[in-house]
Design a protein around this ligand. Structure first.
Ligand SMILES: [Zn+2]
Length: 583
């Protein structure tokens, strides 16, 4: 059963799209609209626009757009009824029938979230009754409050502890396996993936549990076991702890990036709140983009013992490529953030962060220790490591000044460095193309006047009333446009609506072509000075275009009537033609 438009509208009357999107994308006021970096494509300058008046968003870079419902669908990978339910909850509106969204909530992703939630509470309850495990966490410096907030738990020693618990709760084996919580045994049956380990649930931005990491409590190996990739969890797409720290990261405008669960928890509980963990050695572009939405700079807490130091430094170029400022904070040898905070306190940790060096300086210093910058071979080695990093900087001024500094540091002629830089740049192939044109051809063909008129009606409902009196839906040439106009003209002019554009998007949510036209039209009218004149011009242009088409058709019919000597028809057609010409 579809959800009535009226209820969708009621929800949108109460929920502000700017607030909804702000939870994911920091937005800045820009004129009447809000702007931010598009979460759906790679970009360095914001082309993602959110209109509070129209309750819609639109990206001029990749063409993504829609209302609050479609944003959540895309961002959270929800089905339409799920998105509606989520916003209805936010708005405090009860959906009339409990059946809305029930089908969606049985989607595999949701089932996995549910079973993860159950598993998490199982592990938590286990920890509460396990003195040894509590003692262990305590000895590692993790306080009660952190245990509670990060929902740490213990996986029992048994092979089927969780399995039996979940079975008793009525969860199917299939779902438990798809959640990655159990592993099929060679001898048939299944066994628990996590046993005798501290469990760390991995959350998404909405604090749903995507999977788990689990750490041994002694020195046995492997130290960590993690959830496998599932429908909801893929490595390298999330940042651990981001749901707890994103607001603080936004406030500080920089993020401290560490590697593991403990590296995150220890500083966080001590008050360093703008921190996230990557949960893996190799940083990904997804993680960099996620961070960039909340901060301009990141401070990587770097383990100088790390094997293949320059290789892992090279990996940081991903941040630079995304336009993030990168600083390196190096801990004393032999320490990670976890042990560092335990030994030197949070003040010591803050001190290290304060002394972070930018990636360029850090790398240059490091390379100068390894290779002799006074020797020609050393110079080549150092330049070869430095240039790819510099090549990824998008800002020409910054790039130029770094080349200058590198030249000075190595006593090399700047021009030859620039020649080498160009070679690196041509290797660097993947650059996202600018402004993809919207896919649908129809949208392009739609007469400018039709789109402009629609835009005006979306801007001001008064224009809908005025249009109804002077133009019929049939007079619009574009098929999709005609459908839109029909729906627009059927709206009760007195009804309280959050936004006409957004209502249309809900109404036509399954018709991408139509939605694209609505979005384009809604983004047109930012700078119309004399809207009354433009309105009249648009209507006239549409009508003239129509008449031209009709005249052409009549001419054709007249020719045929003439050829077949049908005088009666000819007379009729001619009089029609004449009256049209006069019109
Ligand atoms: Zn975009």
């Amino acid at each position: 059963m579809p959800i009535p438009d009226q209820i969708l509208d009621e929800i949108q009357n109460k929920v502000n799209i700017v607030e909804v999107i702000s939870a994911y994308v920091p937005l800045k006021k820009a004129g009447r609209n809000y702007k931010g970096l598009c979460p759906f494509h790679h970009e360095k300058t914001p082309s993602f626009m959110v209109s509070q008046d129209k309750q819609i968003y639109h990206c001029f870079g990749c063409g993504a757009g829609g209302n609050a419902f479609s944003f959540l669908m895309r961002q959270e990978r929800l089905e339409f009824p799920e998105a509606v339910r989520l916003l209805a909850e936010k708005a405090g509106i009860r959906l009339p029938s409990s059946s809305y969204g029930d089908k969606a909530s049985s989607s595999l992703a949701n089932k996995i979230y549910e079973v993860n939630e159950l598993a998490c509470s199982f592990y938590q309850a286990n920890l509460a009754g396990d003195k040894d495990a509590s003692g262990y966490l305590n000895s590692r410096g993790i306080g009660q409050e952190a245990v509670k907030s990060f929902r740490l738990g213990i996986a029992p020693k048994a092979w089927d502890g969780l399995l039996n618990f979940l079975k008793a709760k009525g969860v199917s084996l299939e779902i438990i396996e798809k959640a990655g919580l159990i592993i099929p045994s060679d001898r048939g049956g299944h066994y628990d993936r996590f046993r005798e380990r501290v469990t760390f649930p991995i959350f998404d931005l909405r604090s749903r549990i995507l999977g788990f990491g689990a750490r041994v409590m002694d020195s046995s190996l492997p130290k960590y076991v993690n959830s496998p990739e599932t429908v909801v969890y893929s490595k390298g797409q999330n940042l651990y702890g981001f749901n707890f720290s994103k607001e603080d990261i936004k406030k500080a405008n920089y993020a401290i990036v560490v590697e593991g669960y403990m590296d995150f928890i220890l500083p966080f509980q001590a008050g360093v709140r703008n921190i996230v963990a990557t949960l893996g050695t190799a940083l990904t572009g997804d993680q960099a983009r996620l961070l960039k939405r909340f901060a301009k700079t990141c401070v990587i807490v770097y383990d100088p013992d790390e094997a293949g130091e320059s290789a892992s430094l090279r990996n940081l170029d991903i941040f630079i490529k995304e336009g993030l400022g990168v600083y390196i904070a190096a801990l004393k040898k032999g320490y990670d953030p976890d042990s560092f905070v335990r030994n030197f306190g949070v003040e010591g940790f803050r001190e290290v962060i304060k002394e972070a060096k930018n990636l360029f300086d850090y790398k240059l210093e490091l390379l100068s220790q390894r290779f002799n910058p006074n020797d020609i071979h050393g110079k080549v080695e150092i330049a070869q490591e430095m240039l790819p990093t510099i090549a990824k900087i998008d800002n020409a001024i910054l790039q130029s000044s770094l080349i200058k500094r590198l030249g000075q540091a190595l006593s090399i002629d700047e021009d030859s460095l620039r020649v080498e830089l160009k070679k690196v740049k041509t290797d660097y192939s993947h650059r996202p193309s600018k402004a993809q044109t919207p896919r649908n051809e129809k949208g392009k063909e739609t007469g400018k006047a039709e789109k402009m008129l629609l835009g005006m009606m979306l801007e001001d409902r008064d224009f809908i009333k005025r249009s109804i009196d002077i133009i019929k839906p049939e007079e619009f040439r574009d098929d999709a446009m005609r459908e839109i106009i029909k729906v627009l003209f059927s709206y009760d002019p007195e009804a309280k609506m959050a936004s006409v554009a957004s209502s249309l998007l809900s109404h036509f949510k399954d018709n991408e072509d139509v939605c694209q036209i609505v979005l384009e039209a809604a983004s047109l009218n930012e700078a119309i000075s004399d809207s009354n004149k433009v309105f009249v011009d648009c209507v006239e242009t549409i009508k003239k275009g129509n008449i031209r088409l009709q005249l052409a058709a009549l001419q054709d019919a007249i020719r045929k009537a003439h050829a077949s000597k049908d005088d009666k028809a000819l007379k009729e057609l001619l009089s029609k033609y004449n009256s049209l010409v006069k019109a």
